[in-house]
Design a protein around this ligand. Structure first.
Ligand code: DGJ
Length: 731
């Protein structure tokens, strides 16, 4: 386990969980990638590299007499631009003479126990040195003095390798980074499918899978946020890989801003995968002695299909990405007033909703947008983080105390990265928004973005938020972000650093979030960006849960939550029951189904509880009581996807505890079908040697029977939008 270096063959063998990853220092210090996949005990180069004379693949200068050696055909760990490799490089720099050619060679390496944090950036971590081992591979460019440190960490128990890169300018002249990706893997074939998560607002993380083709396939964000449109995740799947079988190579970026994830299939059917900060509109000036740290990429290997991949991500992110006291704590059931009132509320209305919430067993009331400045719509007040006395005449402290006195916790919404033109803050500091000289700043949702690349702006935000959070008994914060960047520029950066703005913004944001979350360690933070527009591991490092989508329709949510679960743990997904007709898609679904979908995540309610009928209240009360019994399993159990909403009319998933003694199986049917075929599905994740009792009916089935023969869907489900739950306990 860990990192081994074979001095004689100059070979690094990294072992993580059930995975091996092998590279070798070859002639003249090039570092070649040899293998990544299922663990091999001893790697002896059985799949040795073959050097062949390939036309139009030139030979690096020292090898001008060897027509078989070309970087164009060599699988590499961190390829440069400018010599004989014509594929996309992992990085590119511009030297002070204007040239953009560099040539990295092995210089030194070190291996150490554990894993070091990345300064100022989110990253996975270990709690004891024995959980992981790390390798730092130092490569240098002799001409410029550029040093590049490739860091690899292998987790002992998980099929996870994390990677990041540090650039150090050890030369005497300034260097400009034009591209600085966090990783590259060169596969020696292209027999893969390319899978990624695409979407839009209220339609996040839909799964798309297609055969990998020659040329470049990429997804990216240029929006200043990881985005609804593409999640910073891609996977290569061996053809024929399913939910349960086959090999998956997955890549996820621990970053919340612009990214590029790319697979390039070349003329020889080799595949190069790279992932990192989007080089588009990015550059970074490195004066002599300065360094630049890339964010982290998480690489997961699974030989057990997509399900195995997801459970690895879930385990890693639940335990070694999310931090703080809430990490292992059951999350409270909340009621949020957004879809209940939008901007139209006062203290009385809030207390009425909270009071019914309490009656129904709900544990936390969240006051959403509109409590501050003079905000009665989305036209004003972002940045004015002081209470709106028209709506809450007795102030926030009074309201929070009254909610607390009822026995509920109190939570509050913020959108701290934004500024309305109609705000006191903007009138005082018109240059505090992202903008470029001599051009108007485009608005989106009537707002501009604060320039978090500036220290003074970040400090003022920290001051304002701290004041509010310290002023009242606040247990939860929803941290929203409702527009993407345009006219990206900063008033304080010099012209040759303007293209650093978007990344400096992210560094500023991470500093603000680190400061606020560590000053208020007991507050539960939930991130949000128009729903799930920034559902990424970068945000999860600071805030253990994310509002999955502004779409609260139960049917839409099946796809959204299913797609999200590919990478992100269920405990990180906010899932609320809302009113019907649904506000986003106007669909009518039963309260039961809405409950079951929301109980498959972090349960909450987002509707006017005072308008429920008595029967509805009874049902909500039952849902809340049931979820309290189930949530340990839902939030911290292993997640198995059973039926896929992207492939058919039905969805099913199961939560199973570690000991495989308890399980909850959810089934959802979207539309009723005439003369529907007999329906059953296989329940995965159970122990084949155990017998399970179905709570309620007392039927007993073996884990093997449920897995191999399957479970029949009861006939009593009639009509559209049906759901059913089985609670299984081992006997
Ligand atoms: C977008 C969020 O996703 C919603 O839940 C709500 O908080 C609104 N913003 C408020 O403006």
């Amino acid at each position: 386990m860990g990192v081994r270096f074979d001095e004689q063959n100059k070979m690094f063998h990294l072992q993580a969980g059930d995975t091996s990853y092998v590279m070798q220092i070859i002639r003249d210090g090039y570092v070649a990638h040899l293998y990544w996949g299922r663990k091999v005990k001893e790697y002896r180069n059985s799949n040795y590299l073959q050097y062949l004379d390939r036309g139009f693949s030139g030979n690096p200068y020292q090898h001008k007499d060897d027509r078989t050696f070309s970087l164009d055909t060599l699988p590499q760990e961190y390829p440069a631009y400018g010599s004989t490799d014509y594929r996309k490089p992992a990085y590119q720099v511009q030297l002070d003479n204007g040239s953009t050619v560099t040539d990295l060679r092995y210089y030194a390496h070190s291996i150490y126990k554990g894993k070091r944090p990345l300064e100022g950036l989110p990253s996975t971590y270990v709690e004891s040195e024995n959980e992981a081992e790390s390798l730092e591979l130092i490569m240098t460019d002799a001409v410029s003095g550029l040093k590049v440190v490739l860091t690899y960490t292998v987790f002992e128990q998980l099929n996870v390798i994390s990677r990041s890169v540090r650039f150090v300018n050890e030369g005497t002249a300034t260097i400009k980074l034009l591209s600085a990706l966090s990783m590259c893997v060169d596969f020696r074939d292209a027999e893969f499918d390319f899978l990624h998560l695409y979407g839009a607002h209220i339609k996040e993380r839909y799964i798309e899978r297609r055969p990998l083709r020659h040329g470049i396939q990429s997804i990216e964000s240029t929006r200043g946020a990881s985005s609804h449109q593409h999640n910073p995740f891609i996977a290569l799947l061996r053809r024929g890989t399913t939910e349960d079988t086959g090999e998956v190579y997955a890549f996820n970026f621990v970053y919340s801003g612009n990214f590029l994830a790319q697979a390039e299939v070349d003329q020889f059917n080799h595949t190069r995968v790279t992932l990192g900060i989007n080089p588009f509109d990015f550059s970074w000036k490195l004066d002599a002695g300065e360094s630049f740290q890339t964010p982290e990429a998480v690489l997961v290997y699974s030989s057990e299909g997509l399900g195995g991949m997801s459970r690895t991500f879930h385990q890693l992110y639940r335990n070694r990405l999310v931090r703080g006291s809430h990490r292992n704590q059951e999350r409270p059931i909340l009621v949020n007033n957004w879809e209940a009132t939008y901007f139209d509320f006062n203290a009385e209305k809030i207390l009425d909703i909270a009071s019914v919430g309490r009656e129904l067993g709900i544990e936390l009331f969240v006051l959403d947008d509109g409590w501050f400045g003079k905000r009665d719509d989305d036209l004003s007040s972002l940045g004015d983080w002081f209470v709106n006395r028209m709506k809450l005449p007795k102030g926030l402290t009074d309201l929070a105390n009254r909610v607390r006195d009822m026995g509920l916790q109190f939570g509050l919404w913020f959108e701290p990265e934004m500024i309305s033109v109609d705000s006191e803050l903007y009138r005082k500091h018109p240059d505090w928004c992202l903008h470029v000289p001599n051009r108007d700043s485009s608005e989106a949702r009537n707002q501009l973005i604060l320039d978090y690349s500036r220290e003074d702006v970040c400090n003022e935000v920290i001051r304002m938020l701290t004041k509010i959070l310290a002023s009242a008994p606040i247990s939860y914060v929803k941290w929203d972000m409702n527009r993407h960047m345009t006219e990206i520029g900063s008033a304080t950066l010099p012209p040759d650093r303007q293209r650093e703005t978007a990344h400096r913004y992210m560094l500023g944001l991470y500093r603000v979030m680190e400061t606020i979350t560590s000053s208020f360690p007991d507050i539960l933070f939930e991130s949000c960006s128009g729903g799930g527009g920034r559902f990424d591991p970068g945000m999860l490092y600071y805030m253990p849960q994310t509002w999955t989508s502004d779409n609260t329709d139960a049917v839409s949510r099946l796809k959204i939550q299913y797609g999200t679960s590919l990478v992100y743990p269920v405990v990180s997904m906010g899932a609320h029951v809302s009113a019907v007709p649904n506000h986003q898609v106007h669909r009518m679904t039963s309260l039961e189904m809405r409950g079951h979908v929301a109980m498959s995540g972090n349960l909450g309610y987002e509707l006017d509880l005072t308008k429920l009928t008595n029967e509805e209240k009874d049902m909500v009360k039952r849902q809340v009581a049931t979820y309290k019994q189930w949530r340990q399993l839902v939030q911290f159990g292993d997640f198995y996807r059973l039926l896929c909403p992207f492939e058919g009319n039905n969805t099913a998933w199961a939560f199973v505890n570690r000991e495989k003694t308890e399980a909850i199986v959810f089934y959802f049917r979207v539309l009723a079908e005439p003369n529907a075929p007999f329906e059953s599905f296989k329940v995965k994740g159970l122990d084949a040697d155990k017998a399970y009792k179905v709570i309620g009916t007392n039927e007993v089935f073996g884990g093997d029977e449920l897995a191999y023969a399957g479970l029949s869907v009861p006939n009593e489900l009639k009509g559209d939008f049906q759901s059913y739950v089985w609670r299984l306990t081992a006997i």
